[in-house]
Design a protein around this ligand. Structure first.
Ligand code: ATP
Ligand code: LTN
Length: 331
């Protein structure tokens, strides 16, 4: 039987970057095949940070357009926006009432994020966010949740909450498993190749954005930090910049790193960077064009998302009804 997959991504940047794509979203596209995949733009989670209404709206739509453009098919999978399906809030509250304060307090992402802005200014929503995430997953009875390593603790919490509920109130939820994306490449900042490519902490010149112009991305690659040597060789310790570019080329061109090392033997870094720029630009060109085209017809894009939400709600409402009934609420 087809496995149910669920994952979510926050609409917190104007554009996804190549790290998001190669580390996560490319696997989302692959997992559509042969599985029953639900992919959610988790806009309610994005409210736990600074809220800029105009920007949030723009980013939700841009996220949807990019996901479709990079291969998430609204026919093959269920693509939707979290706030369109109010069952997320309903089950989120139940999860908050199942979770202990102590176990919520152990979530390291909360500790990291609240430490950045000072614990007193962190919102209550940032603290309860993992319980909403558990609801995102359990509503759809997901078997597998593809996420990065940083989300492992939230998946464990989700499993604990589901098991506790099932034991105390009767079988209600599928116990999900994390599908930790190890196979996905880790991509580093072009300017600071020892740091990961990141929308929040990366340097503007070091992040390759999907919606950036081909010229801008080519320029960033050509000015990427490399080492003083001349050899195009994979060596993460001594040649992090060149290694990162080899990883990017290999992930997009499908050529093995050893093949690339042979191909560029005896050539300078300039030629190699030119080749990487071409591979990246040609790969992203149609994706960017399709995303911009989708963004031009906002009504159509929102309609696609509403159709996804209708499909999601059909599954989610059954789970909420079942959990309400098992809790003793009168339906
Ligand atoms: P931030 O650094 O602001 O937290 P981010 O740019 O790392 O954000 P997230 O929204 O945290 O992006 O990540 C979305 C997905 O992309 C996650 O599954 C994460 O593991 C993956 N991802 C993010 N950056 C990279 C990267 N540099 N290489 C590989 N995968 C990445
Ligand atoms: N917390 C995740 C985003 C997220 C998610 C989810 C991932 C919210 N709900 C459900 C998988 C399943 C993050 O910060 N990357």
């Amino acid at each position: 039987m087809a496995k149910r997959i669920l994952s979510g991504i926050q609409p917190t940047s104007d554009s996804f970057h190549l790290g998001n794509y190669l580390g996560a979203l490319k696997q989302w596209v692959e997992l559509q095949e042969g599985n029953d995949a639900f992919y959610c733009i988790v806009d309610l989670h994005a409210l736990t940070g600074e809220i800029d209404p105009a920007l949030l709206r723009k980013r939700i739509l841009a996220s949807a357009a990019q996901l479709i453009a990079l291969g998430i098919s609204p026919e093959k999978s269920t693509l939707f926006v979290q706030s369109h399906v109010s069952e997320h809030n309903q089950l989120g509250w139940i999860m908050e009432c199942i979770a202990g304060f102590g176990e919520a307090n152990r979530m390291t992402q909360f500790k990291d994020k609240s430490a950045k802005g000072g614990a007193d200014s962190a919102r209550v929503g940032l603290f309860t966010y993992p319980m909403l995430q558990a609801a995102d997953i359990l509503l759809y009875q997901a078997h597998y949740v593809p996420v990065g390593e940083d989300q492992r603790q939230h998946i464990e919490l989700t499993r604990d909450l589901a098991t506790r509920f099932n034991t105390r109130f009767g079988d209600t939820f599928q116990i999900p498993e994390g599908y930790i994306l190890k196979s996905g490449a880790k991509i580093y900042d072009l300017q600071e190749p020892r740091n990961k490519m990141s929308k929040s902490s990366g340097s503007a010149a070091g992040v390759l954005e999907i919606l950036d112009t081909p010229e801008a991305n080519a320029k960033k690659i050509k000015s990427a930090t490399t080492d003083a040597g001349r050899e195009v060789r994979f060596d993460e310790k001594d040649k992090p910049g060149i290694s990162n570019l080899l990883t990017i080329h290999s992930a997009l061109s499908g050529k093995k790193i050893s093949e690339l090392e042979n191909e560029f033997a005896g050539q300078g870094y300039g030629d190699f960077k030119g080749a990487v720029a071409e591979v990246v630009v040609e790969y992203l060109r149609p994706i960017r064009a399709r995303a911009l085209e989708l963004l031009e017809d906002e009504r159509n894009l929102v309609q696609i998302l509403h159709i996804g939400a209708d499909k999601a709600r059909t599954v989610a409402s059954k789970t909420v009804a079942e959990s309400y009934k098992n809790l003793g609420l009168v339906l």
